[in-house]
Ligand binder design. Structure first.
Ligand code: ZN
Length: 101
């Protein structure tokens, strides 16, 4: 499975269209910070957000769904920057969790 990345922006949580493409219903607005894993619904802390087959993935689900995610990301032209950012984001979250204990 191939990993891509997504830079989230403010958006609707969902939009329902009819067959003619008219909007029937729109979900609440989500900020760029609000991204949830499409598999387990955990908050996704990584930016850019890892995506496989159109699913946003958290750092728990990503290695389960895409075992070779690390090599895939590393082989991107911007891979080293992404891995460094993810490493820091993961560390920051651990630090935050500790501070709130
Ligand atoms: Zn998940």
């Amino acid at each position: 499975m191939k990993i891509t990345v997504w830079h989230p922006e403010e958006r609707r949580s969902y939009v329902i269209y009819d067959w003619d493409g008219n909007v029937l219903e729109e979900g609440p607005t989500l900020s760029a910070d609000e991204v949830y894993c499409d598999l387990c619904n955990e908050e996704v802390i990584f930016r850019p957000v890892p995506v496989a087959e159109g699913y946003a993935l958290c750092d728990n689900c990503m290695p389960k769904l895409v075992p070779d995610w690390y090599d895939q990301v590393l082989n991107r032209p911007d891979g080293a920057d992404i891995l460094e950012a993810w490493y820091e984001q993961r560390y920051e979250r651990r630090f935050k969790n500790k501070a709130s204990e």
